[in-house]
Design a protein around this ligand. Structure first.
Ligand code: ATR
Length: 277
């Protein structure tokens, strides 16, 4: 049998760290497989997926990145719950002749916290900063993890309201100044924005000093590893979890689908990617 080959398809794709992650695991587990980055132009993506489904590409599945995530979801015969919620998929595989798609961002988010802040699921109240696509994945995951009150705080209140309407009961929308009250109740604080990352994008008051001493603060941004939000939280002595783990963990379900082994996110892997950031 030919050796299993997986891909990451994007346009551009050179920046993708997926090959480094998956090749590390292939070597670690001595699996005779391959993982390639391939540049697929937007207009060629539909044909690429048809060829994949028909077994004409030599690939058994792969990751999709910008700008193909929405098309990947639309073209799949099956999509998991999070991909359906987001209308976007990052991982594809073939099963029983069907082209399948999932979105592993939520899994990556939760698995990162499981590893770096065990017990985080005991929390009931979350404060989520930001209301974009990344925020939606986090809301769904936090809710599925047992949180019963989820405060979404956003510069544009309307966007937070849309999410609160969409998700229903447990999700509440607030403007930025409301952080002052929201933070006080939160067991988990998640930043999903690029706030504080550049000069013209200064960090507004986050009131992290009002968090409970055992609260967990995490960021889904991982460049730099220590974001301004995490830096503030660390200085206050709070438990912090960086976003790099999310990137690494979100790769694991795909690897298992293609190569039959659920891989571990090791410190060695993390160190290797940190060196490359
Ligand atoms: P993604 O899909 O990665 O989440 P996005 O949809 O562009 O990206 O969302 C970015 C988030 O960061 C939004 O919540 C955005 O707030 P708005 O909805 O008000 O635009 C937030 N954000 C980005 N820059 C910001 C800034 N300078 N101040 C406050 N919020 C900011």
């Amino acid at each position: 049998m030919a050796k299993p080959l997986a891909f990451v398809a994007g346009f551009p794709v050179a920046h993708s760290r997926s090959p480094m992650i998956h090749r590390y695991w292939l070597e670690l587990y001595r699996i005779d497989g391959g993982y390639d980055a391939i540049e697929v132009r937007p207009e060629a993506f539909a044909q690429f997926l048809q060829d994949l489904a028909a077994g004409r590409t030599g690939f058994i599945g792969g990751n999709v990145t910008i700008p193909h995530k929405e098309a990947a979801f639309r073209m799949a015969d099956f999509a998991d719950e999070l991909a359906t919620e987001l209308g976007a998929s990052n991982t594809m595989w073939m099963e029983d002749g069907r082209l399948c798609a999932m979105n592993t961002d939520g899994y990556g988010f939760a698995a990162n916290l499981d590893q770096a802040a065990p017990g985080w699921k005991a929390g009931k109240t979350a404060a989520i900063l930001g209301a974009g696509g990344a925020s939606r994945a986090v809301i769904q995951t936090v809710r599925d993890s047992g949180f019963t009150t989820i405060h979404v705080v956003n510069r544009t209140l309307e966007r937070a309201r849309e999410l609160a309407d969409r998700f229903g009961d447990a999700v509440f929308a607030h403007p930025l100044p409301a952080l002052k009250e929201v933070v006080e109740q939160a067991d988990l604080f998640v930043n999903t924005t690029s706030l504080g990352m550049s000069g013209e994008n200064p960090l507004p008051p986050l009131y992290l000093d009002r968090l409970a001493a055992d609260a967990v603060v995490t960021d889904i941004v991982y460049v730099p590893l220590q974001t301004p939000v995490l830096e503030q939280a660390s200085k206050l002595g709070l438990r912090t979890v960086d976003g790099l783990g999310m990137l690494l963990h979100q790769a694991a379900p795909g690897f298992e689908k293609w190569f039959g082994k659920r891989p571990e996110v090791t410190e060695e892997l993390k160190a290797m990617i940190v060196k490359d950031l």
